[in-house]
Design a protein around this ligand. Structure first.
Ligand code: NAP
Length: 289
C-alpha cells in the first residue's frame, strides 16, 4: 500500500483501531485528530503522521487533505455530524481524493428506521453523490463500547447499566471493522460501490455478556436493566444534547425489542477470518474491567 490514507475521528473507538491496523500494513497514514495531545499514542506507530483538524471548520481541513489518495471518513456522534460529513466530502472533492471508505452504522438503510440511522443514511448520500469511488461500511454496535461507557461502573461496583432488557445484540469487535477497512482499501476495485453490513458472530443478551465478562475476569459482573428515564437523567447530567439523548434512547429501545440481533457473514467473507467472539473480546480486554 503506497497510497496516503487520511483517517478522521482517529482517536475515537473505531478510528484508533483503523490507524493501528493500517500502520501494520506499512501504509502511509495521516491521523486526523481533534486534539494533538489525545493523538500522542498514535504518533509512535510506524508511518503515521498526526494532523490537527476541526471537522466544524472547513479551513482546518485543507492541509490535512494535501496529497491524500484515500479517505476513511469517520465522524463523531455529534449535533453537527451532518455538517462535518459535508465539510469532509467537499474537501475530498476539491483535492481530488480517489477513494472514500465511509464508516456508517447498521440499519442506516432501514425505512423508516431510527434517527441515528437516518442521520447516517443522509451522510452516506453525501459520499454517494460526490462522484468519488467509495465503499460504505455499516457496523453493528461496538463491543468496545463496554470499555468506553461501562468499565468504570464495572470496576467500581461489578455492574453495568443499560435500558435494554433481554434484547440480544450482534455486537462487533472494532478490530474486525478495522480489518475490513484494510481489505477494502487494499482491493478497492472489488469493493467499489458496495455497502457492507458488519456484525459479530452471534447475538447476545446483556445477561450473557455479563456472564462472559465474569468468566474472563474471574469476578462477578452483573447486568442491571434500568428504566429509560434513569438513563435520560444521567445523560442530561452529562450535558449530552437532547437530540443525541433521544437518538440513543431510541437505539436502546431497538436493542430491547431484539431488533439488533441480525448476524452477517461479511467479516469472514471479506477478511477470510471469523470475527472475534464476545468471549475472545472479554479475554483480550479483561484488564479494562
Ligand atoms: N459506537 C458504536 O457502537 C457505533 C456503532 C456503529 C456505528 N458507529 C458510528 O461510528 C462513528 C465513530 O464512532 P466512535 O464510537 O468511534 O466515536 P468516538 O469514540 O466518539 O470518536 C469520535 C472521534 O471524533 C473526534 N471528534 C469529535 N469532534 C471533532 C471535531 N470537531 N473535529 C475533529 N474530530 C472530532 C473525537 O476526537 P476528540 O475525542 O478529541 O473530540 C474522536 O476521535 C460514529 O459515526 C458512530 O455513529 C458507532
Amino acid at each position: 500500500m503506497r497510497q496516503t490514507i487520511l483517517v478522521t475521528g482517529a482517536t475515537g473507538t473505531v478510528g484508533r483501531e483503523i490507524i493501528k491496523q493500517l500502520a501494520m500494513q506499512n501504509a502511509t497514514v495521516r491521523a486526523g485528530v481533534h486534539s494533538v495531545i489525545k493523538g500522542e499514542n498514535l504518533k509512535r506507530l510506524p508511518g503515521v503522521e498526526i494532523v490537527e483538524i476541526d471537522l466544524n471548520d472547513p479551513d482546518s481541513l485543507h492541509a490535512a487533505f494535501t496529497n491524500v489518495d484515500q479517505l476513511v471518513l469517520v465522524t463523531p456522534l455529534s449535533e453537527n455530524q451532518l455538517e462535518m460529513a459535508r465539510n469532509l466530502v467537499e474537501e475530498a472533492k476539491k483535492q481530488e481524493v480517489k477513494y472514500i471508505v465511509r464508516l456508517s452504522a447498521l440499519g442506516a438503510g432501514a425505512e423508516p428506521g431510527i434517527q441515528l440511522g437516518r442521520w447516517h443514511r443522509e451522510m452516506e448520500t453525501y459520499v454517494e453523490e460526490s462522484g468519488i469511488p467509495h465503499t460504505i461500511l455499516r457496523p453493528a454496535g461496538f463491543m468496545q463500547n463496554l470499555v468506553t461507557y461501562s468499565s468504570e461502573s464495572i470496576k467500581r461496583e461489578g455492574r453495568f447499566y443499560m435500558p435494554v432488557g433481554e434484547g440480544k445484540v450482534s455486537y462487533i469487535d472494532t478490530r474486525d471493522i478495522a480489518s475490513v477497512v484494510v481489505e477494502v482499501l487494499m482491493s478497492s476495485d472489488e469493493h467499489q460501490g458496495k455497502i457492507y453490513d458488519l456484525t459479530g458472530p452471534e447475538a447476545l443478551s446483556h445477561q450473557e455478556i455479563a456472564t462472559l465478562l465474569s468468566e474472563a475476569t474471574g469476578k462477578k459482573i452483573d447486568f442491571m436493566n434500568v428504566p429509560e428515564e434513569a438513563v435520560r437523567e444521567a445523560m442530561l447530567a452529562q450535558h449530552i444534547p437532547d437530540s443525541i439523548t433521544d437518538a440513543l434512547l431510541e437505539l436502546y429501545a431497538v436493542y430491547k425489542a431484539g431488533k439488533s440481533a441480525k448476524v452477517t457473514e461479511t467479516v469472514q467473507e471479506l477478511t477470510g477470518r471469523p470475527p472475534h467472539s464476545f468471549r475472545q473480546f472479554a479475554r483480550d480486554y479483561q484488564e479494562c474491567f
